[in-house]
Structure formats: C-alpha cells, structure tokens
Design a protein around this ligand. Sequence first.
Ligand SMILES: Nc1ncnc2c1ncn2[C@@H]1O[C@H](COP(=O)(O)OP(=O)(O)O)[C@@H](O)[C@H]1O
Ligand SMILES: [Mg+2]
Length: 221
Amino acid sequence: MTDIINLSIKEKVYQDKKTKLSILNDFKLEVHAGEKIAIVGESGVGKSSLLNIIGLLDMDYIGEYALWNTPTGKVRGKEMARWRNEKIGFVLQESALINSLTIEDNIKLPLLYAESTKKKLRLEDYEKVVDEIGIRSILKKKPLECSGGQRSRAVFARGIIMKPEIILSDEPTASLDVENRERIVNLLFHMNKEFNTTIITVTHDLEVANRHDRVIRLERR
Ligand SMILES: Nc1ncnc2c1ncn2[C@@H]1O[C@H](COP(=O)(O)OP(=O)(O)O)[C@@H](O)[C@H]1O
Ligand SMILES: [Mg+2]
C-alpha cells in the first residue's frame, strides 16, 4: 500500500510578543489511502493544529510534508485551491456556518467553486447525505435558528459534500446525542468502505476512536 500522507514535523511554533509555544515536536505521521485514523490527546496538546497542517490550512511550521507523493511546498496556487476544495474535506470546529445563509446554501457552498459535471454528481449525493444525517427539516433555516447538534451535522454535511479523498474531522460528534453520533460515524465509515476515503478524526470519545484502524495519542513533551 502506498502512503498518501508523509508528514514529519520538527515543531510548530506559536509566538507573540511575550511568549513562544512550541508544539508537535518531532511528530511523524504516515497514512495509507483508505486508512481510518483517530487522534486523541488532552486539550491543548495540538490536535486541532495538527489537522490544520494536514489539511493545508497552516503551512507555517518546521518540517516536511508530502501529500499524494508531492511536497506540499511545491504545489501551485490553483492546484492547491483544488486540493483544499475538492480533495480534502474539513469538518472543523472553527469552520462555522455563515449565519446569513440557509443551512442548504451553507452545505452547497463548496459546489460554487466546482466544475459543472462534478457539481451535478455532487448534487445527487447531497440529497442522500441530507437524509442520512437527518437534516432535511432544517434546510431552509438559518444557522441561528438551529440547535448546536443540528449545526454540527450541517458542518459535517458541508465537509463531505465534495466526496473528498481525505476527510478531516475535529470532534465531529462532540455536541451530538447517541443517535446522531451513530449517524455521523456510520456515514464516515460508509464513505471509507465505499470510496476508500481516508478518515482522520480527532475525538475525545474513546468508543468512537477505537472503531478506527489506528489510534494516535498526542502527548506533550
Ligand atoms: N492561533 C494560535 N495562536 C497562538 N496559540 C495557539 C493558536 N492556536 C492554538 N494555540 C495554542 O496551541 C496549543 C495547541 O492548541 P490546539 O491545537 O487547539 O490543541 P487541541 O486541539 O489539542 O486542544 C494550545 O496551547 C493553544 O492555546
Ligand atoms: Mg482542538
């Protein structure tokens, strides 16, 4: 099996005028296509920072990162934009919904940037995803008219609508009841099985973590 992620971080530094924080020291990660990886570790250890790096949202760190066998520093702007929009799906806590748009328009946002053939296919998937995660009744609502759990399911739908090759989720089930947690985990694992989607999930839920192929524990050092 070939690795699609070859990441080797020496350190990630957050620095302001007074303080310097160094995290993810000597952290290495290699991931095969189609693997399911859970990332656990105490709050503040750097899990979200790591997802931002894997997902190319943060390229400011010391280390080396090859994605699909291409050094990420060499990927040009247009190709990088396509990777971010189509090949990598984010379900990040911070990727908040836009409050002035309906849930439907929020979920379909990534389609705005997609070419038309792809758009058509993804619109068919959209209908399925909406039913599988049970959010049809809120599609015409604005985010602030929805519950926290409904919003996090919408963030999830937006993250997977492009049928990306890698799905990065940051505590996707944190604000959900058991039934909705199962819906999301099942959908993630269904995509993994059906389309060989690589799954990387940050979670505090050990039961969810243990259903992945590998659990990686981040430690402070
Ligand atoms: N943009 C930022 N600027 C400065 N410090 C940050 C920033 N983002 C995260 N940190 C700090 O980096 C550490 C790791 O944060 P984070 O990756 O969010 O951890 P986790 O997701 O494991 O809780 C924390 O101490 C946090 O305060
Ligand atoms: Mg976090």
